[in-house]
Design a protein around this ligand. Structure first.
Ligand SMILES: [Fe+2]
Length: 242
């Protein structure tokens, strides 16, 4: 029996963002996740949030997510509540509410047009406040080359790659690059609907083909370290080759 996997980025809460619309759709998606992941695995429900939204809207989305996660969590598959926070100009403090439970690590994204300097500034602000960013779908940003991703790792950020990028043609090549180059600490599904890739044997085979020996590190070991606030090893790549 395989040890648990940890998917730290998913849109599985119904009616809060661009994920499932109805509870029935959300349950079908989670049923697929449950079938594919080993017993005792964890999926983090990370609806979209933004530093420009109101505190009221944020709290109501959080509350819906919390209730849903409580309802669907089981021994087979634990569903945690966190958020994917789009970091804007404004320093909202919302990262303190949306970090992974019991940790100071928070999943973040940026506007697609944001330049490197803006990314750096926003990340440094989090770090200064005692929080560490987990970069969602790093492969989607133009600024994200190997040296910048390594720089962000150096200040404590975790770099993640979304399996969902593999089914979006404009992101596919970069998603493959990020795996091959060994620039990421973890893979996530970022699933929004039943048809999206989730953690399972197909995902594992795909990741292993591009970066042999990496699946356990990217889907189990490193994300577990994030949830337990253990330091991450540098993303050196070449997992299992030496
Ligand atoms: Fe997402």
């Amino acid at each position: 029996m395989s040890r648990p996997w940890f998917d730290l980025h998913s849109h599985t809460v119904p009616g809060v963002d661009d994920g499932p619309v109805t509870p029935a759709e959300a349950l079908r998606l989670l049923e697929k996740v449950r079938r594919e992941m080993p017993e005792g695995s964890v999926v983090a429900a990370t609806p979209h949030y933004s530093t420009t939204m109101s505190l009221f809207a944020l709290r109501s989305r959080m509350e819906k997510s919390r209730r849903f996660a409580e309802q669907v969590s089981s021994q087979e598959l634990r569903v945690l509540c966190a958020g994917e926070l789009k970091l804007g100009m404004r320093f909202s403090g919302f990262h303190r509410l949306l970090s992974y439970p019991g940790t100071r690590r928070v999943l973040v994204e940026f506007s697609h047009g944001l330049v490197w300097f803006g990314v750096l500034r926003r990340c440094m602000r989090l770090v200064k406040d005692g929080y560490l960013p987990v970069l969602a779908h790093a492969e989607r940003y133009r600024w994200a080359d190997a040296s910048r991703l390594r720089f962000l790792s150096g200040i404590g950020a975790a770099v993640s790659m979304s399996l969902r990028s593999l089914v979006i043609s404009r992101f596919r090549k970069r998603a493959e690059w990020i795996l091959e180059s060994g620039c990421c600490h973890l893979v996530t599904s970022d699933c929004h609907e039943e048809g999206d890739p989730v953690f399972g044997s197909a995902a594992r085979e795909f990741v292993e083909r591009l970066c042999p020996g990496s699946w356990e590190v990217l889907a189990a070991e490193n994300p577990r370290r994030i949830l337990e606030e253990e330091p991450l090893p540098p993303p050196t790549g070449g997992y299992g080759r030496g």
